[in-house]
Ligand binder design. Sequence first.
Ligand SMILES: C[S@@+](CC[C@H](N)C(=O)[O-])C[C@H]1O[C@@H](n2cnc3c(N)ncnc32)[C@H](O)[C@@H]1O
Length: 420
Amino acid sequence: MMIEVLSVNRVSNSIRNLPKITSFLLPEEYELLPNTSELFEMEFAFYEYKFLTKDEIVKRGAFFKSVDGFPTNHYIICSNNSPLIWQGRSETTKAYFKEGNFSTGYATHGLFPYRGKFHPQLIKGILNILKVQRGDIVLDPMCGSGTLNVEASLIGIDSIGIEKSPFCVLMSKVKYEALKVGSPQLSSVVNNMQKNYESLINSKKLPAEFSYHDGFKAEKTVTLLAFLDAMGYSRRCSKSIDVLFPSVLKRYVGQINSFIQARDKLNLRIGNARFEIGDTRNLPLENSSIDAIITSPPYSFAIDYAENDRPQLEYLECDVSAIKDEMIGLKGKTRKDKLANYFEDMNKVLFEMSRILKVGKYAVIIIGSNDIQTGGIRLETKVEEMALKHSFVLDQKIVKPIKGIQNTMKDEYILFLRRV
Ligand SMILES: C[S@@+](CC[C@H](N)C(=O)[O-])C[C@H]1O[C@@H](n2cnc3c(N)ncnc32)[C@H](O)[C@@H]1O
């Protein structure tokens, strides 16, 4: 149909009346978000238009500004972003955040800049394509900073996050729990900033009152994450933590505050999430208990997650070598050994994902390869082949360019694997 239209009007003698490419994809009452220009974004917008009703797009769509003139929740949440996210940052970082206003920096995603995190808007788009509904449980078995969990919660879906790194579990908890805080809790973060900072800085290890394992106390746990963020930042830029901490914490509070204003205006119901320290090769979950998995395995040939977070892990009294031994992709001296171990581990991960997923449901794996680091081996091709041996079929594969300040990969692949 589209080919027909294009060929009928192929020759045109004026640019004046040329239709926009989006008019071939979407009726005019569907307005895309500003800066929607990449091919994969058009693809996702088109799928949302195909799979969701107009009302659903307003409530949970990720790529639209409005439908029939009604602004979407996504647009309202992102429009409320706090300018604090880029204040005091370098010009490159500012430009990155401004460009990512509708795709990466909204809600609580910007609280800790975890390297290799998902593109949040894309995750919402995937949840929509998978038609995940209230009552379903979605899982990220290598949840990193909890991006999937935050996105699921924003559209009222319950989720689980499993991670090897306790620091990631802390980060995910803060990003999720902060979606639910009230203004009085935020005020106590600000009012007790100096007192809490002194407890943290004067102690070599985590003071007991900041324990983050059970329950959630915004004043302590948000402050702890900001402290660990400032600690890492101060090592990278050689500025004093005394100077950095107050601005990091104020940025956190500003961002959370902007989100909760939008949340209350839209009367959002936040889905539940729980997080556990665990190993994705041996998941603490029942057979056939999960409705969707969205995950991205470590880009271990590009990032050593344990080493990257060493100062924070040590402050949290974690045994970094023990964590490293169990992290996927880090084992082995030579590149050949590393790859062999990586595939052996990924085989176990695929077995586990197949075991816990309900039949007919999807595991979506987002994976990139850097040919130079892997000696020409494409990780996504190998993972795709292995998945077929664990009762998965590949229903769709979408390519997405990787944007970011520091990345060593150009593209990543989104593999839609259906459990049969
Ligand atoms: C690409 S990152 C995931 C980022 C995440 N999607 C996000 O949005 O923040 C991969 C994660 O896998 C975790 N990981 C590595 N080995 C693991 C294992 N054996 N079990 C659980 N998690 C593991 C790493 O700590 C890292 O956070």
